[in-house]
Design a protein around this ligand. Structure first.
Ligand SMILES: Cc1cc2nc3c(=O)[nH]c(=O)nc-3n(C[C@H](O)[C@H](O)[C@H](O)COP(=O)(O)O)c2cc1C
Length: 235
């Protein structure tokens, strides 16, 4: 796959099939991930691939608790505002993400594979997130959808460490739990604020000198439908 296709179409794919991810595909994802850079090439990371249904069954209720905390805590006002103005495009977009995120929570134990990423001495996460994103890009190349999640480490760190047998006293922090599965929906170019609206040239606030109203990468394959019944907006 063209690298730009992977970069443009790797999005949060939260609706996935239960089919297992073959071991050789898992190996390619993991091996691509650990090629990523880390500060000083310290590679101060560990990964746990989780596909055991018993372990996933323990994680499901925990993840749902985390998402419930998110909706009733940090996202409460935003959610209430969106629900009060559902026709506003920003509200509609937020509500689509919320429904999609809740769908993942409701079916968490059905996700066939998780990649748990742990880092040490990396408060900013700058040495672990390149590897995490590489794993997601590699998965895209394999036709495997992924969603980066962080709530388990944020809200249920101790419980998650216990379930996974992670030593609690050696400085490891959980950076992310990436969910992997073959998507039921279709791939598409990620909708983002255009580059020229978020970039400057030479000094802060100075026009970047380019106007990019539409994504520079497009390809008919990006919209090839895997399942017409599952709208892209509800991934
Ligand atoms: C640091 C980080 C944490 C995230 N945590 C969660 C999460 O806990 N649950 C979830 O469903 N999605 C999570 N996401 C996915 C984002 O919601 C998603 O990337 C964003 O809405 C853009 O989606 P799109 O690429 O499909 O347009 C997270 C993404 C990032 C980068």
């Amino acid at each position: 796959m063209d690298v730009y296709e992977a970069l443009y179409t790797t999005r949060a794919m939260r609706r996935v099939r239960t089919d297992p991810i073959p071991a050789q595909v898992q190996a390619r994802i993991l091996d691509a991930a650990i090629r990523a850079p880390s500060g000083g090439n310290t590679q101060n990371w560990r990964f746990i691939l989780v596909d055991d249904p018993d372990v996933r069954a323990l994680l499901g209720p925990l993840y749902r608790d985390c998402m419930a905390q998110l909706w009733s805590g940090g996202y409460r006002e935003r959610l209430e505002r969106a629900r009060a103005t559902p026709d506003d495009p920003a509200s509609a977009s937020f509500l689509r993400v919320q429904r999609s995120a809740q769908h993942l929570a409701d079916h968490f134990e059905d996700v066939p594979l998780f990649l748990m990423a742990f880092a040490r001495n990396d408060d900013s996460g700058s040495s672990i997130f390149p590897a995490i994103w590489s794993a997601q890009l590699a998965a895209r190349a394999e036709g495997v959808g992924s969603t980066l999640t962080t709530v388990l480490g944020s809200f249920k760190r101790a419980e998650t460490f216990t379930i996974l047998g992670v030593p609690a006293d050696r400085g490891w922090e959980m950076a992310a739990c990436v969910c992997f599965g073959y998507p039921t929906g279709r791939w598409g170019v990620a909708a983002r604020r255009p580059a020229h609206e978020v970039a400057y040239r030479n000094t802060w606030g100075t026009d970047v000198g380019m106007n990019i109203p539409e994504p520079l990468w497009t390809d008919a394959t990006a919209s090839s439908v895997l399942s017409p019944a599952d709208p892209a907006s509800e991934r």
